[in-house]
Design a binder for this molecule. Structure first.
Ligand SMILES: *Cc1c(COP(=O)(O)O)cnc(C)c1O
Length: 355
């Protein structure tokens, strides 16, 4: 740390992304990327003509992309905010809708970025423990009147709360914004977008990084009441109005047009997830039922860390977290069926050697 670093950041612990190794080729089941490439029209649109236009700034209003997203979800363009990854939107949400006296509330076991964003923005926050099954207890989120942030499905557990339950939280939190982070909603959950016209305090955040195979493009969007959206626009135009580059804007529009391609991929991923769930259960693992493109699993036959390390030696990366409550688990991203057969074969081999 330099002696010039602002004191308000001196204790900030930055988010640690999953490994993106360069040393050897791994089967990457660690950062919840899609195993499938972007749709054919996305690959076609990102071409030399588009590259030659990089000399020009992109459209700061992102009109075409917003219109495409609004159309897909039956909303108006002014209900849509887009930015450089949904992480960007989550950061803006903490900045915009919580403060020193308006606390933020989120689960103890959830997306690790929430506490980083709270710290970064100097916001008071409360971590609400998941129950013994690692599920969110909806009653814990009633009448908070602060900023509530819920990943639904949750990460890294894969649990899902029905929309009717989320609605109870939104309805009881009239003086605070409820952010529902739906990064994984396309893998079997149900979106809360349908509630947006009914509540002025609900912001639904989604990403192109998981189900839409564009983690490398950095694109996220939010759906909400137009006044909430306008607050986010104020923050975006006060920091980086051109935060989405031209190529990503173009790719995003094409991806929305080919929605069926992505729905098909999600179906395949769900099939591979259920296969993996069954196989792990047969091998004696304790696996949480998942509505996402990953599984969260532990075994009494091997520690979480050891399984992670042995899988890595076998060329397979999964995600292991050190936090006390979940250190016996690994989070396994679901790839193709072929990927998951390789994964199960490796797990069998490892367990055999542990006997
Ligand atoms: C992956 C993920 C995101 C981040 O998505 P980006 O759009 O790539 O920034 C947000 N929330 C959760 C819960 C995630 O797992």
């Amino acid at each position: 740390m330099s002696r010039f670093f602002n004191k308000k950041f001196s204790s900030l612990k930055a988010y640690v992304p999953g490994e993106q190794p360069k040393d050897m080729k791994y089967l990457k089941l660690n950062t919840n990327e899609s195993p499938y490439p972007p749709s054919p029209s996305v690959c076609k649109a990102v071409n030399c003509d588009e590259a030659s236009l990089l000399k020009l700034y992109p459209d700061p209003d992102c009109t075409e992309l917003k219109a495409a997203i609004a159309d897909l979800y039956g909303m108006k363009t002014d209900n849509i905010f887009v930015s450089n990854g949904s992480d960007d939107i989550l950061n803006f949400s903490f900045a915009a809708f919580s403060s020193k006296d308006k606390k933020a509330y989120f689960a103890d076991i959830t997306y690790g970025f929430y506490s980083v964003f709270a710290e970064y923005n100097g916001v008071e926050y409360v971590k609400i423990p998941l129950d013994g099954e690692l599920s969110i207890n909806v009653d814990d989120y009633i009448n908070k009147d602060g900023l509530i942030v819920i990943a639904n499905p949750n990460a890294p557990t894969g649990n899902f709360i029905p929309v009717s339950e989320i609605e109870k939280i939104v309805a009881s939190n009239k003086n605070g914004v409820v952010v529902i982070d739906e990064a994984y909603v396309d893998f079997g959950g149900e979106s809360c977008v349908g509630l947006v016209n009914k509540y002025d305090n609900l912001l639904v955040v989604q990403t192109f990084s998981k189900s839409r195979s564009m983690a490398g493009a950095r694109l996220g969007f939010a759906v909400g009441n137009r006044e909430l959206i306008s607050d986010l626009e104020t923050l975006k135009f006060s920091t980086n109005p051109y935060s989405i580059n031209r190529i990503t804007l173009k790719a995003g529009v094409e991806a929305i047009k080919e929605n069926d391609y992505y729905t098909g991929n999600c179906k395949k991923i769900i099939e591979a997830r259920e296969y993996t769930y069954n196989e792990l259960t047969l091998l004696g693992f304790d696996v949480i039922k998942s509505y996402a493109n990953f599984l969260f699993a532990k075994s009494s036959a091997i520690s979480g860390e050891r399984l992670y390390l042995l899988l890595k030696q076998n060329g397979i990366l999964v995600r292991h977290f050190d936090a006390e409550r979940i250190k016996e688990y690994n989070r396994i991203t679901i790839g193709t069926m072929d990927d998951m057969c390789k994964f199960i074969t490796a797990v069998k081999k490892i367990l055999e050697c542990e006997k």
